[in-house]
Design a binder for this molecule. Sequence first.
Ligand code: WTA
Length: 655
Amino acid sequence: MTTDPITSHLKETRRFEPSAEFAAQARVSSEVYAKMYTESVNDPESFWRRETSELVFRTPWTKTLSWTLPHAKWFEGATLNITESCLDRHLTTARRNKAAIIWEGELSGNTRTMTYAELHREVVLFADALKRHGVEKGDRVAIYMGMVPEVAVAMLACARIGAPHTVVFGGFAADALRDRIADCAAKVVITQDGGYRRGGVLRLKDVVDQALNQPQSASVQKCFVYRHLGEEVCPVAMKSGRDVWWHESVDPTATRRDPLTIVESEHPLFILYTSGSTGKPKGVLHTTAGYLAGVHVTSKYVFDLREEDLYWCTADVGWVTGHSYIVYGPLSNGATCFMYEGAPNYPDWGRFWRMIEKHRISILYTAPTAIRAFMRQGDEIVQKSDLSSLRLLGTVGEPINPEAWVWYHKLVGGGRCPIVDTWWQTETGSIMMTTLPGASASKPGSTGLPMFGVVPDVVTKDGKSVGANEGGFLVLRKPWPSMLRTVWGDDERFRRTYFSDVPDCYFTGDGARRDEDGYFWVVGRIDDVLNVAGHRIGTAEIESALVSHPAVAEAAAVGRPDDLKGQALVVFVTLRPGHTADSSLSAKLGDHVGKEIGKFAKPDAIRFTDGLPKTRSGKIMRRLLKDVAAGRESTGDTSTLEDLNVLAKLRSNEE
Ligand code: WTA
């Protein structure tokens, strides 16, 4: 962890009260919020029992929490299958034939609707297929798919048989997929032939082949392939003995042998890899009952979900937002989720707004980076569509700058929709802080107040709370049901990363301040993790990808403030002898990172240098590089710098 001073220069004083109309019908008023919050912290037993009473537990829990830092066990004694809460429980109600998923394809604009009854049937059939192909409770299954309803079917089918899934975002390259498969020793991979992205075809199965043809992927015995595009558009090679077509694997009569597997509350539900401060991604492990409780309660209250809503979370299912707020949270509430296959700007920047008008979407949950990109395209594009169906907006993934907030509020929300700014992480599983709609005023750029059961604080390095409006480390003081349980296969890393920097609490890796009203303002990451266009990228991952190229001797990756992406990725590179620093090498290195990790991780700028600024003990001084990348004078201490010349040279090389 670096010790950069955490400063917040944002002085935003505007407040937006919820409209009287929204507040009048909101589930949670400010008084109710205060009451529920106090109860959730002081009497979690009563709070969680009541708030999970509509979920399906085969046996109720006997102990709400066992906590021996850093290990939490929630709801011990409970047995359940999460898919019964997401699917089966709706089948005996009016929701049976309600749409669970309404999907729109990118290229054709075709739509598909899957009702709860249909989704349930697909899940049971595919779970049976997995089982017949040898997947047992506890086996890990990697899912590498695009945004099609079947990705939700695949996840739920794994959960139905107690096989933890690990969804790998379809933008990751073969080597990144291979590393994730290897880390959790996945037995099976589920993929699709390909998907559309910006009018082009993303050949997903080909990437899986490249990953599986390497010795590190030897754990994989079967690969299921969903046919989405078909032979003509996207022919694929099927390896005999290993590859199975999804549609051929399914036996339509299998509903009579539902492989539903009841598990313990702490049974692993999924592993999701995320960037940390070393080159190796962390397999964040979430378990069943606590995760379900967290996503169920937050989906219901934060999005104020109603029976008639059409809810759209624009995230990809490959990130935690897709897990919690496309699949498990909304479905456990019986909501109808809209799902879109492709890019926001295909065939043009009006696509999102036309879909909102066409489907009468009522809740939109998206990322600040997307909002800023839309904002750049001008107001007319948004104004062309009728967005009067919207009633609630949300953001996630990075701090939203107040201009973008106000634009979103005015142009997209017509000034009438509350905006929930939701702060949370892959590790937290569900939303930890937000501006609850109807309960509290919004302040553009602030992520509001804690959710139920969450006790955030802003502290100094030794864990002491700082005063109002002072910057510090953002920590969570108490365990919460949907918290990660460990880092897969590396419990020591789990302890070190989250529970060693600040004593006795969970350290988020973010810097923040709390204002005089108790509202939190997240400044951004203070560890070596960047947030580029809403993607979480570890600087060490980029560096290790770069040094794996034969031309590179050393590399240092840092973030630079960027109007559109929040942060842009700048890398400083020193070369091995015999290589020339020119634009062709720069392009090659960019492609290399794209190939090793994924195109989304390509550096925005590559700067060649003869040396990197280092401390006398040889540590790269990123703080100085950040200043150079941002074109700032370094104000910090340079007294430990080995060679001041290096810094002067770096500055004189500026692009
Ligand atoms: C950042 C995404 C400010 C933060 C759900 C966090 C935010 C990291 C917000 C987690 C927000 C997320 N305001 N910053 N509303 N939401 N972040 O794991 O730095 O992909 O630590 O989870 O995103 O990113 P992750």
